[in-house]
Design a protein around this ligand. Sequence first.
Ligand code: AVI
Length: 328
Amino acid sequence: TAPMIDLSRHQDGSSDTSAFARDVAEGLSTKYKTLPSRYFYDGTGSRLFQQIMDLPEYYLTRSELEVLTQNKKNMAGQFSQGGPFHLIDLGAGDALKTKLLLQELTAQQRNFDYVPVDISKDAMLELSDSLQQELPQLKVEAVVGEYFQALEWLQENKDGRKVVLFLGSNIGNFKAEESITFLQSIRSYLHAGDQLLMGVDLRKDPGVILKAYNDEAGITAAFNLNLLDRINRELGADFNVDQFCHHAIYNPLEGVMRSFLVSKQAQDVHISEAGLTVHFDAWEAIHTENSYKYSIPQVEELGRQCGFAVDTVFYDRQKGFADVLFSV
Ligand code: AVI
């Protein structure tokens, strides 16, 4: 099988339960309760997110696939203008979308290797296997870890030009200040001639956005509620998941979809690993996710603040989603 680098475990083999416990304790001890959305993605959560991406209401995946299908020739050409490169895919997952680019780059016989990065080791094992079947000539080195662990590793282990992919509207899950810090940090690992292709979900009919996060089949609700199950499993908590419900609303002024878990009754929850008992009033909420929708001027401004210039904006036909190519 293809080589793989696992940065996710500590040298003593332990995982990061304590960081999870700390973040949960902190988030549930404030006046307005919150939990960080990055903890959605354990094994179950990652599988549920794959199901979300197949939902009829979740237009984002199909829109971005259309952007890539229609523009892959042009993108592949622009990536390759500066010569050989490492294609770094942050949050690669099953790489369904990236595979369109990989096929195109391979067909154009471009000189590059592929470095998918993801927090899920299972996802990286599966991806390495499937690529070996589908594109046996492609050089692949998967990295398991957090984004910045991976970028640091790359800094030390891979010379040469980098093209970074950050697809799928993942930037939307950061607040304004967080997205600036995140992109500035990516920028600090890049050099003149490097590029970044970033997916952004664009502002559109609020009704369309609302449905995407309130699907009929209830998969998004299950995805949100799985966070409580995960806390039960990993931190020895006793959340009664049936006594919480999913609630998601769109604020068109700020362009943000916000997701909550709402307590259906007054209740106390014990979280043993966090050494904490949390009280919920009836109908008290936990804020679990932000999904920001951008306008193109906002994206340009964000890039400018972080040392990136927009080269090209690639759209789907409806202009509901964009993959924005930045250069350093
Ligand atoms: C991963 N991220 C871009 C998704 C989004 O649309 O914010 C996560 C998601 N949450 C609910 N549905 C999908």
